[in-house]
Design a protein. Structure first.
Length: 209
C-alpha cells in the first residue's frame, strides 16, 4: 500500500518540519488538498504553498483538486511541483481535456468521485487515468467519519480495473478501520487527522502495512 498523509491536518506554522517527520515515518507521498470555496464550501491553499514546500522534500506530491474548472489550474499546479494531479468528475463535463493536460506534462492523472456519485460515472475512464480516488467523506473538510457504504464502490472499481491499478481512498481513515479499507480493494490511503494528531512518525508506522 501507499500512504499519502494529508497536510490539511498539519500545523501550517511548522509545515516544513512536519513534512520532515512524514519522511522519517517512511511515507513516500504527500496529499495536498486544494479547495476553492466553490466546488466545496471550504478554502484551503494552492500554488504558493505547494511551491514553498517543494524546496524541502522529494516526496511525491499528490495534489487533490477540489475546485471548479480544474483544467484552468493544472499547468500552474504542476509548475508549482505536483507529481500527480487528481480532479473531480463532478467538476467537469468531459474529463479528457484535463487528463490530456496532466499527461502531456508527464504527470500522473487521477480522477476523483464523491460519495454520492455512482461508480458508473468514472468506470468509462479507468483505462485512461493512472488512479481513481473514491472519496469516503464529503469533500471539503478533514476529520469526518468514514462512510462504509463507499466500500461497495471500491470493490466495484477493483473488479473493473484489475489488481495493480491505483485506487485511492480519502477521508476518515483511522488505525482501526484501515485494514477493512485495504480489504475492500484500496491500495493508496490518504490520512490527515490520524497522521497529524500526536506523534506523526509513530502514526505513520502504525498505519503502514
Ligand atoms: C477532505 C480531504 C481529505 C482530508 C482527509 O475533503 O480531501 O484529504 O484531508 O482528512 P481526514 O483523514 O482527517 O479525514
Ligand atoms: Zn483529499
Amino acid at each position: 500500500m501507499i500512504l499519502s498523509p494529508s497536510i490539511l491536518a498539519a500545523d501550517f506554522g511548522i509545515l516544513a518540519e512536519q513534512i520532515k517527520q512524514v519522511e522519517r515515518g517512511g511515507a513516500k507521498w504527500l496529499h495536498i488538498d486544494v479547495m476553492d470555496g466553490h466546488f466545496v464550501k471550504n478554502i484551503s491553499f494552492a500554488m504558493p504553498v505547494i511551491k514553498s514546500i517543494r524546496k524541502y522534500t522529494d516526496l511525491f506530491f499528490d495534489v487533490h483538486l477540489m475546485i471548479d474548472d480544474p483544467g484552468d489550474y493544472i499547468d500552474a499546479v504542476i509548475d508549482s511541483g505536483a507529481d500527480g494531479v487528481t480532479f473531480h468528475i463532478e467538476a467537469v463535463d468531459d474529463p479528457y481535456p484535463c487528463i490530456e493536460k496532466i499527461k502531456r506534462r508527464g504527470k500522473q492523472a487521477g480522477l476523483s468521485v464523491s460519495p454520492d456519485t455512482p461508480v458508473e460515472a468514472v468506470l468509462p475512464y479507468i483505462n485512461d487515468v493512472d488512479m481513481v480516488l473514491a472519496m469516503t467523506v464529503y469533500p471539503g473538510l478533514g476529520g469526518q467519519k468514514y462512510m462504509t457504504r463507499v466500500n461497495d464502490k471500491i470493490r466495484a472499481l477493483r473488479r473493473a480495473a484489475g489488481e495493480n491499478f491505483l485506487i485511492q481512498v480519502d477521508g476518515g481513515v483511522t488505525k482501526e478501520n484501515i485494514d477493512s479499507v485495504l480489504a475492500a480493494g484500496a491500495n493508496v490511503i490518504v490520512a490527515g487527522t490520524c497522521v497529524f494528531t500526536g506523534d506523526i512518525e509513530r502514526n505513520i508506522k502504525d498505519l503502514s502495512r
